[in-house]
Design a protein around this ligand. Structure first.
Ligand SMILES: NC(=O)c1ccc[n+]([C@@H]2O[C@H](COP(=O)([O-])OP(=O)(O)OC[C@H]3O[C@@H](n4cnc5c(N)ncnc54)[C@H](OP(=O)(O)O)[C@@H]3O)[C@@H](O)[C@H]2O)c1
Length: 407
């Protein structure tokens, strides 16, 4: 890549999550020391307000503006930086031009989308261009899907080291969470449902476990996500479907396919939430499964969606600093084989902030710095966190983002 003026531009720094990303970069890297970075967005006045709220340390941060409806302004923006780190969502509404500009110009890119239908469109439209330009386009660099994707990546590396072969199965279990939702995330979910009203291919894509795999490789041993609770005999506990499973599992399977199947062609992966032990385990699992299935079914009805949407947090709103700082999560990934019960390895991932914002903002910020500064051996393309950044990002998250990986 030719020399560029900036390492990273945080695009959407005036939004709820973008501001948190900017705060993280400022705390970790300062305004103009080891990282050359800038605040970006559509509205200079709002960006200036964010810069002054960030305090005196942020005074030297440049502000860049562009218009997402003007391809020339996006091309000029992305040509100035090695990496675009974007929180401008819903991405399906506002993000396509930016991905196109990055893919064409060889600018690396990371975002927080969980919009599967849009990721599929970006893969189909830009993977080949990005491969040729060398741009690493990386979606899902937040709670969905970094812990899942890098968790499996690191667990398979450790399993291979110990047993000389990859694990045939990895089970991801959500053990504990505390956090909240933002208006931007809700707007993204509502937009996907709005799109599905007019596009009959969206629900089948969401239900396809291999929906993000390269064309011709959309097959494997895993079936659709389960909708009902299941009993886990080993834990003696009930499991309920994990809310982000339909995104995360597809990302993990895409990583395996893009990397040439290092986890094997018969690799199986699933995600679930573990319910409390004891008498309440089954009723709680059933209530959560039924509530989430009924909620999704109700939200397919446009009038219900409009009614509920008005009563949830609006774009720009999200959990308070107290909620983010008292938030946390604990996940457990277990790798196993059919060959021998002794070949088994468990990884616990802990985050010291709420998953959706405090921890997500740090994951996205570190992904951007990793793409800008680390020596990565991946080629360009529409990649995943594991295939683009792998071990380099695991190191950054454990050293700089309050996340621990414990075997
Ligand atoms: N995957 C995860 O774990 C995760 C977690 C958190 C958030 N997210 C996703 O991140 C995205 C942002 O969420 P949020 O809560 O931060 O949203 P938000 O507070 O509504 O912020 C949205 C940002 O987009 C900008 N924007 C909106 N329309 C634009 C346009 N036409 N042109 C240029 N900029 C525009 C806004 O700029 P203005 O200030 O000028 O309006 C603002 O900076 C959502 O898609 C959400 O789903 C994902």
């Amino acid at each position: 890549m030719q020399a560029r003026e900036f390492d990273v531009v945080v695009w959407g720094a005036s939004g709820f999550t973008g501001r948190l990303v900017a705060e993280h970069l400022l705390t970790r890297y300062g305004a103009d020391r080891e990282l050359r970075w800038a605040l970006g967005g559509r509205n200079a006045a709002r960006l200036e307000a964010v810069r002054s709220e960030l305090g005196a340390a942020a005074a030297g941060l440049p502000i860049l503006t562009a218009n997402i409806d003007d391809a020339a302004s996006l091309a000029a923006l992305v040509a100035r930086t090695r990496v675009i780190c974007t929180t401008v969502g819903p991405y399906a509404l506002y993000g396509s031009g930016l991905v196109a500009a990055c893919a064409a110009s060889g600018t690396h890119y990371c975002d927080l989308t969980g919009e599967v239908q849009w990721m599929r469109r970006m893969i189909d439209a830009h993977h080949e261009t990005a491969r040729q330009s060398g741009a690493r386009i990386v979606h899902t660099c937040g709670f969905d899907s970094i812990p899942s994707d890098l968790g499996v990546f690191d667990l398979q590396r450790a399993f291979m080291e110990r047993f000389g072969r990859p694990a045939e199965r990895v089970a991801f279990r959500g053990l504990e969470f505390r956090g909240g939702f933002s208006g931007g995330t809700i707007a993204s979910m509502l937009n996907m449902l709005n799109e599905a009203d007019h596009d009959a291919s969206i629900y089948p894509l969401l239900a396809d476990p291999y929906g993000l795999n390269p064309a011709g490789e959309r097959h494997g041993l895993d079936g659709p996500e389960p909708a009902l609770p299941a009993f886990d005999n080993e834990r003696r506990a009930w499991l309920t479907p994990f809310v982000m499973a339909s995104i995360n599992t597809k990302v993990v399977r895409r990583s395996n396919a893009l990397a040439g199947y290092p986890y094997g062609h018969d690799f199986r992966y699933d995600e679930a939430t573990v319910m409390p032990h004891g008498l309440w385990g089954f009723p709680a699992a059933l209530a959560m499964s039924v509530a989430s299935a009924a909620g999704m079914a109700a939200m397919r009805v446009p009038s219900v969606r409009r009614f509920v949407g008005k009563r949830l947090p609006q774009p720009g709103e999200g959990p308070s600093a107290a909620v983010r700082e008292s938030g946390f999560y604990l996940l457990e990934l277990t790798a196993s084989t059919r060959v021998s019960a002794a070949q088994r390895l468990t990884l616990r991932i802990r985050g010291d902030r709420d998953p959706g914002y405090g921890s997500t903002a740090r994951m996205l910020g570190e992904s951007a710095v990793c793409l800008a500064q680390d020596a990565l051996d991946s080629a360009g393309g529409v990649l995943t966190p594991a295939t683009a950044m792998g071990g380099a990002l695991v190191r950054r998250l454990t050293e700089r983002a309050g996340i621990t990986f414990e075997y």
